[in-house]
Design a protein around this ligand. Structure first.
Ligand code: IVH
Length: 691
């Protein structure tokens, strides 16, 4: 090292290299990040700046000198025919970020101020992992990760499980066409996966873990050596470019390439556009920013690409980044903050959820001061304690959550507050009603046993009862339920039907009109169906489908109240856990009192004694799956018709499915039916079956 570099800068650079390499390993290799992306980016930029100032500091092991990622054992290395590049990131999240890019492009192209605006293709920066799909003569022959950009890993068998990726291109048989794009996991799939993982962990599967974000879940799935497991982690894909091409006349613009890929059956995100000049870029950045939360998947920003391939060629590359593209970021969805306290919330079913009270922090577009810790085991596994610095994440409309603790090595283990113990913290009592709390074996959650005596559960239970798919009471919202329970006007579900206009008008901000509307809504809800009523009761484990099964199997409430666990087990899809939950509900005296009071209040439905046996059950025992849009029947109508005839409607196609009813734009379910050889009918076919 030459004398010109100050000692302080030398040691700072070394520290930064070590930190960055360490976190890159945690992140890319182990899928266990311990630092928010923004913090990583900040350290990275600091190192870049130091190296720019003192080029001697740019050592071979500097993370700025390579594209991260490492070939793991167990996958065959694949050398990319055309290197997989990265994109320069513009971290200035303001409009100026876009203006700077446009100005740079114009400068490099030596355009004068009066030369026409440059045309750009704008798209999303998907937050997943890059994939190269190689099609030979139109057939998918290989899928490879980016790896270090030169050499990736062969993950073909896992990628083949992604239903969105065509195994054969449409009308395209050129010798070689490599499609590049992003493999990602949708947010809803991510939530579902983590929910499943939490259940597995609760059931004692020690080797399972939850994933910190959709990208890590996707990366884990792609690198999963067992494709059977990989296929249970539902992944998606968007194409955004090309690799090697042989024998195909490539379109002249980037947008033209994406259009062509779409024609070939590749998933191409619809959220893209072609604009002119910086103003167009800014408008796109703002528009996407406004509905970023509503997207079904995470994005990392947007990408601008010079649209003309000829201009792209003129602009060329700097090291591994093209001069013709840039990623323009948004404010981060993860931030660091401090845990001030851990509270415990009581849900509708009495579930006790630990919630971290945080030093307020701006993340994902809003100020967050509460974040869920999910349950006791998660809290302990992440080892979150009061006073800790934590990473919080808020993406889309998902509830903010604590991702992990930022280790603070200046604090010794002894100095940290006690590790989380839910029972101890609550002294074994529900924080709302003081009832006993229990955690049954194999369950992830502690629960309050107070039932409807617990005001917290009562509020949630009333909201559920009044819900659209339950009793469908118009005009009974969250605020009103809070008022009704807090004022003790409503202690049980049946009290709802005792409310009159005069009483309601005593509540704050309640006018005569709203009061009358609620009373009308309550009266209108009295005529219902047995299935809706059963569902509305909020019996644990009894969702809409089970409520329908119970109603059609037993036909009357009295019957359901009397039957044994064994008899309940006769109902399709009712297993021991569900059966015992139902049985327990009807064994409790206070529940029976509420039921009687509800009936006394005038709630009624048409009972069908012995429904199963007597009515014309043309479709008894037949399992249906609906997909696509039917010409005349809505999904609810079709379901009602099938169920009225004794059939059952489920959400996914399996060997047990008897018929798939397919309408316009039927998707993967139709494909699955064809694979499994399940009969596929249309609306007319369904009507024939129904006689
Ligand atoms: S183009 C020449 N387009 O971002 C540029 N990349 O830093 C090659 N990414 O890991 C990439 N969305 O997987 C491109 N619309 C998009 C993208 C995108 C996400 C990822 C890509 C790569 C990283 C590049």
């Amino acid at each position: 090292m030459t004398m010109s570099v100050p000692q302080a800068s030398q040691s700072r650079a070394q520290f930064l290299r070590e930190q960055l390499n360490h976190h890159a390993h945690l992140y890319y290799v182990l899928d266990q990040p311990a630092l928010p992306d923004i913090e990583y980016d900040r350290l990275f930029q600091e190192l870049q700046a130091l190296e720019a100032q003192y080029p001697e500091l740019r050592t071979a092991d500097s993370p700025t000198q390579r594209v991260l990622g490492k070939v793991l054992e167990g996958f065959t290395p694949v050398e990319h025919a055309v290197p997989m590049l990265s994109i320069r990131t513009e971290t200035d999240t303001q409009a100026s970020g876009a203006e700077n890019f446009d100005a740079r492009v114009r400068r490099e192209l030596e355009l004068t101020a009066d030369a026409p605006l440059v045309e750009y293709a704008c798209e999303l920066k998907f937050d997943g992992l890059a994939m190269n799909l190689r099609y030979e003569h139109g057939v998918l022959v290989q899928a490879a990760t980016r790896g270090d950009g030169e050499t990736g890993e062969d993950v073909t068998q896992n990628i083949r499980t992604i239903k969105q990726i065509p195994l054969r291109l449409l009308n395209m048989t050129t010798p070689v066409l490599e499609v590049r794009g992003e493999v990602y996991m949708r947010r809803d799939e991510f939530e579902r996966l983590n929910e499943r993982q939490r259940e597995l962990i609760a059931a004692g599967h020690k080797n399972e873990k939850t994933f910190v974000n959709p990208r890590n879940a996707a990366a884990g799935a792609v690198r999963q050596l067992d494709p059977a497991i990989a296929s249970k982690r539902p992944l998606s894909f968007f194409a955004y470019g090309l690799g090697e091409v042989q024998g195909w006349n490539v379109p002249l613009t980037h947008s033209g390439i994406l259009d062509a890929l779409k024609e070939m059956g590749m998933p191409v995100c619809a959220e893209r556009t072609v604009v002119k000049g910086a103003a167009g870029l800014i408008a796109f950045h703002q528009r996407v920013g406004q509905h970023r939360d509503a997207l079904p998947f995470d994005i990392d920003g947007v990408v601008y690409k010079v649209n003309s391939l000829q201009l792209q060629k003129r602009l060329g590359f700097v090291t591994r980044e093209p001069r013709w593209a840039v990623a323009h970021k948004y404010p981060a969805q993860e931030q660091i903050t401090r845990v001030l306290a851990i509270d415990i919330q009581v849900g509708r079913t009495g579930k006790l959820t630990p919630v971290a009270k945080l030093e307020p922090v701006f993340v994902g577009g809003t100020t967050v001061s509460n974040a869920t810790l999910h349950n006791e085991d998660e809290t302990r596994r992440k080892d979150v304690r009061i006073g800790d610095q934590v990473i919080v994440r808020r993406a889309g409309d998902v509830i903010p959550e604590v991702v992990s603790v930022v280790p603070d090595h200046s604090v010794t283990a002894r100095e940290r507050s006690a590790s989380f113990d839910l029972f101890k913290q609550l002294n074994g009592r529900c924080p709302v009603c003081g009832g006993d709390i229990v955690r049954e074996e194999g369950e992830a959650d502690w629960r309050c046993t107070g039932g409807l005596f617990c005001p917290a559960q009562r509020k949630q239970a009333i909201l559920h009862f009044a819900g659209r798919r339950a009793m469908d009471v118009e005009g009974l919202g969250e605020k009103l339920v809070d008022q009704l329970v807090d004022s003790e006007l409503v202690k049980t579900l049946a009290d709802l039907y005792q409310l009159d206009v005069a009483t309601l008008m005593q509540l704050e901000r309640m006018g005569e009109k709203s009061a009358q509307n609620l009373v009308d809504g309550l009266n209108a809800s009295k005529k219902t169906t047995l299935a809706r009523f059963l569902y509305a009761l909020g019996i644990r484990q009894v969702g809409e489908a089970t409520a329908k099964d119970l109603a059609s199997h037993f036909g009357s409430l009295d019957r359901i109240m009397q039957v044994s666990v064994d008899e309940l087990l006769q109902v399709s899809d009712v297993g021991p856990i569900v059966a015992s939950s139902i049985h327990r509900f009807f064994a409790q005296a206070h529940n029976l009192e509420v039921l009687q009071a509800l009936r006394d209040a005038g709630i009624h439905w048409d009972e069908q004694v012995g429904a199963k046996e007597t009515s014309a059950q043309l479709l008894a025992g037949q399992v249906f799956v609906l997909t696509g849009t039917l010409p005349n029947l809505s999904r609810d109508d079709a379901t009602a018709l099938i169920e009225a005839a004794g059939g059952k409607v489920t959400g996914s196609v399996s060997k047990k499915t008897n018929y798939v009813v397919a309408g316009a734009e039927a998707g993967s379910k139709l494909q699955k039916a064809q694979e499994l050889g399940v009969a596929v009918i249309d609306e007319a076919g369904l009507k024939d079956l129904l006689g």
